[in-house]
Ligand binder design. Structure first.
Ligand code: GLA
Length: 744
């Protein structure tokens, strides 16, 4: 074997046993980094927690390659620069002052401190030839098995430099095979889970939509190691980028079958000029590495998100009645007052007024006008928001309101006054998406305008209890009149401008709950969710579709953050089926009560009461996805409270085949040694001989109740329920069953 000078250097690097080791660990995962003798920082291990990490000091982590079996001249550099011996995708690329394109970072020091949740690590890397420094940050959440990592790139020189690759992180894997699950989307078709095997080369999952950024694909992925990710077994990396704009995940399998994963802001059209003395902070990449399938990975995310990330993650959530699907733009003050009464009759906490309440010179009677003019339409709502707040108060419900503050219709007073506040091309025809334009959040006056939309409503109406914040257009006409010759900063500057506004709102109104919406679910990432208590999963509220959509989003988000409304979208599905589906997440309604029979109304009222009672289990408990709608004509999920005293099972028969074999549903997460009483809840009431609506009681079962489920009222051990299971499924179509389990 002929050793090249480069490989001799590498052997020297990898031969060192005394080199500095940096351990970033949770209770279940180790990410081990090591400084080579060449001073560069390498990943030596990312996997299940080791009993003795010191054994890794002898670990030969160099990359073997070449048909002659020689050692190739590269290792797994933690934040690979460009222009050196690594011929694959870099984490960082800089055009230095003078045009040099090479960057080689060397370890310059690190700090690690314990925190209340685990540890925080900061590592400094520097180029010896150019004044560029990178700091890598890692927050390791021990119990939740979550690592949050980001990078800060600093220009310590005296001249500006251009950065055109700026990854949040870079992770390496050496496994037999890699299976990527992505979450492809479109309007009303969010989070379609699709899995493929990664082969040599790059698979890039990215978006260039700017504002409604995740319309076509979501900023999260799963990576099954050796085999496709499954719910309960196998190693799976689950990662997500906290960035409400263009993102990019690069998965690159190299010549020897190793994989690198590079999460980043999408560098498309976004070379960033970093001025002397300035820093560039990347978004957070948040990941968990589960050895027990995606189910455990999801629970890691849910626990972490509620505790540390989502606005008011540990707080309560309100049920609501929305008017969008019921009225669209067609309402007035009187009708809204009636709907508020319906909200009260239903038993929800709040009435949420949707689109169509604003604009006077150009009233918002459809989606062609009014966006930008945030005062109530006098002809429709003579008393304005104060009268609506008052009507809600009289009805005994809270009042929430829809806004879409980042947008403008050309038919608006705002656009007439400030045409240069919107992105438009100076020299080409304007392209409209839903008849609207995106306001330029790079511009400080626009940031003030967007902030003022919320601030003015709340200053004048402190009792407004909730906002639904929408964003229906991607960035079109990609030209900022504010940035002038710095157009390449548009996409990143836009998102940073949005965060500045959201930060101001959160600071001034820390307790106001807000729903994040983007033409359905085209915006739901963990940076935005710092400012929002929940998000709208999809405009598609067909309960069958929702079973898939909720299955998909729950991979990364706790159901507490997932707004799910009962509507009339699929009238073939009984109201019970529709409500049971929505009861698996943050329950709301978007329908008129006039279409409900007395029995149906009573059913819904009971279901809301049950949901309120079970909120601690559903919203704050542990979620176990049991049977996937992707694999069967049925689906089931159960939730278990932290103390394992209480659980709820949701089981749905979608479109079973004729005489299909029906499997038992095996629950998860229960205490095997405890006994649980099984109670079917959310049953359709019936009308008795006297014509009265009667709700079935499990505590005092009706002897003539022939439709009672055979297992209702029985007591089983957790062991039995998890190993044998319940006969919760049927062969009926669009049938649902909700079962409460109470430890005895
Ligand atoms: C978007 C939202 C809907 C509704 C409409 C109003 O499509 O996703 O829920 O608010 O806008 O125009």
């Amino acid at each position: 074997m002929k050793l090249t000078s480069l490989s001799i250097i590498l052997v020297m690097i990898v031969g060192s046993v005394s080199a500095q080791r940096i351990d970033i660990s949770t209770d279940k995962t180790d990410l081990i980094l090591k400084v080579g003798d060449n001073g560069r920082l390498y990943q030596t291990y990312l996997g299940e927690k080791l009993l003795n990490r010191a054994e890794l000091d002898d670990f030969s982590w160099q990359v073997h390659g070449g048909s002659d079996g020689s050692i190739s001249a590269r290792g797994w550099e933690v934040y690979a620069g460009s222009g050196a011996e690594d011929y694959f995708e870099p984490a960082l690329a800089v055009t230095h002052d003078g045009g040099n394109l090479t960057t080689i970072l060397k370890y310059a020091g690190h700090k690690q401190v314990p925190t209340s949740y685990g540890s925080e690590t900061e590592i400094t890397l520097r180029d010896e030839l150019f004044p560029v420094e990178v700091k890598l940050f890692y927050e390791a959440y021990d119990k939740e098995n979550i690592i949050k990592t980001w990078s800060v790139i600093c220009n310590n020189g005296k001249k500006p430099v251009d950065i055109w690759r700026y990854a949040s992180a870079m992770l390496y894997f050496d496994r037999e095979a890699y299976f990527l699950t992505e979450f492809a989307s479109d309007w009303a078709k969010e989070v379609q889970m699709q899995t493929q095997r990664l082969q040599y080369g790059k698979k890039i999952v990215d978006t260039k939509l700017g504002s409604r950024a995740a319309m076509h694909v979501q900023p999260f992925f799963e990576l099954g190691m050796n085999k496709p990710a499954s719910e309960t077994g196998g190693e799976v990396l689950m990662g997500t980028l906290g960035w409400t704009g263009n993102f990019q995940f690069t998965f690159e399998v190299d010549n020897i079958g190793n994989l690198r994963v590079i999460p980043s802001i999408n560098p498309y059209a976004s070379t960033w000029e970093l001025n002397a003395g300035e820093t560039f902070k990347t978004p957070d990449f948040i990941f968990t590495l589960s050895q027990n399938g995606a189910g455990e990975g999801s629970r890691n995310f849910h626990d972490w998100a509620r505790r540390y990330q989502i606005k008011d993650g540990m707080g309560d959530r309100m049920t609501l009645l929305n008017n969008w699907e019921n009225t669209y733009f067609d309402f007035d003050q009187e009708l809204l007052a009636q709907l508020m009464d319906e909200a009260r009759d239903l038993g929800v906490d709040m009435f949420l007024l949707d689109d169509g309440w604003f604009g006077n010179k150009y009233p918002r009677k459809d989606d062609r006008a009014g966006l930008g003019d945030w005062s109530a339409t006098k002809s429709k709502l003579p008393g304005g928001i104060p009268a609506l707040v008052k009507a809600a108060e009289e009805a005994g419900v809270k009042f929430g309101i829809w806004i879409e503050p980042e947008m403008v219709n050309p038919k608006s007073e705002l656009f007439e006054k400030h045409p240069d506040w919107a992105y438009t091309l100076p020299n080409r025809d304007t392209y409209y998406y839903r008849n609207q334009l995106v306001l330029d959040l790079n511009r400080p006056e626009v940031q003030d305008h967007v902030f003022n939309v919320v601030d003015t409503i709340l200053a004048n109406n402190p009792d407004v209890a909730y906002f639904k914040w929408d964003c229906n257009s991607p960035i079109t006409n990609v030209f900022s009149h504010y940035l002038k010759e710095k157009q390449q900063q548009l996409y990143i500057g836009h998102v940073r401008g949005l965060y500045k506004v959201l930060e101001r709102i959160k600071e001034k109104y820390p307790d106001v709950p807000m729903m994040l919406c983007s033409g359905g679910g085209a915006r739901c990432d963990y940076e935005a969710l710092k400012y929002f208590t929940e998000f709208w999963c999809s405009d598609n509220t067909d309960p069958v579709e929702r079973l898939f959509i909720q299955w998909g989003f729950s991979q990364f988000f706790p159901v507490k953050a997932m707004s799910a409304h009962v509507t009339d979208w699929n009238k073939n599905a009984p109201i019970k089926f529709r409500t049971d589906v929505a009861s698996m997440a943050k329950l709301g309604f978007d329908m008129g009560l006039k279409n409900l029979s007395a029995v149906e109304l009573r059913y819904v009222q009971e279901a809301i009461k049950n949901w309120n009672r079970l909120k601690p289990v559903i919203l704050d408990g542990e979620q176990y996805r049991l049977v996937s709608p992707y694999e069967y004509n049925h689906t089931a999920t159960n939730y278990v409270s932290a103390d394992k005293q209480h659980a709820v099972l949701f089981a749905f028969d979608i479109y079973p085949r004729f005489a299909e074999k029906v499997h038992k549903v095996k629950l998860q997460g229960l205490d095997p040694l405890r006994q649980y009483r099984i109670v079917e809840i959310n049953r359709m009431p019936r009308i008795n001989e006297k014509g009265e609506v009667v709700v079935y009681s499990s505590a005092e079962p009706d002897k003539n109740d022939t439709s009672r489920w055979a297992q209702d009222g029985k007591v089983y051990s957790g062991d039995y329920l998890m190993k044998v299971g319940l006969d919760a499924f049927t062969t009926s179509q669009l049938h649902s069953r909700v079962v409460e389990l109470i430890a005895q």
